[in-house]
Design a binder for this molecule. Structure first.
Ligand code: FES
Length: 80
């Protein structure tokens, strides 16, 4: 399953780089390297949301670096 993080300019300003870095660590912590693929994405048209735009299993989420752990635990690790 692809875990897409927007790297467009609005999301970049919301620290998409930190979200990607944390997701990378979490994928290792949860041993999901074989099932979750982290990818960068161009703008997904949700720039106005209060966070970095993340797409997983065809759903769009808004994630901040400080909510990345919780999002990953409840949405990505759980769905796997
Ligand atoms: S820049 Fe991320 S949704 Fe537009």
């Amino acid at each position: 399953m692809d875990l897409m993080v927007c790297v467009g300019s609005s999301c970049h300003l919301q620290n998409s780089r930190d979200v990607i870095k944390r997701f990378k660590e979490l994928i290792e912590e949860y041993h999901l390297e074989g099932s979750v693929e982290l990818k960068g994405s161009f703008c997904m048209g949700h720039c106005a949301d209060a966070g970095v735009c993340v797409k997983y299993a065809d759903e769009i989420y808004s994630v901040r670096p400080e909510t990345a752990d919780e999002f990953f635990k409840t949405t990505v690790a759980k769905a796997d």
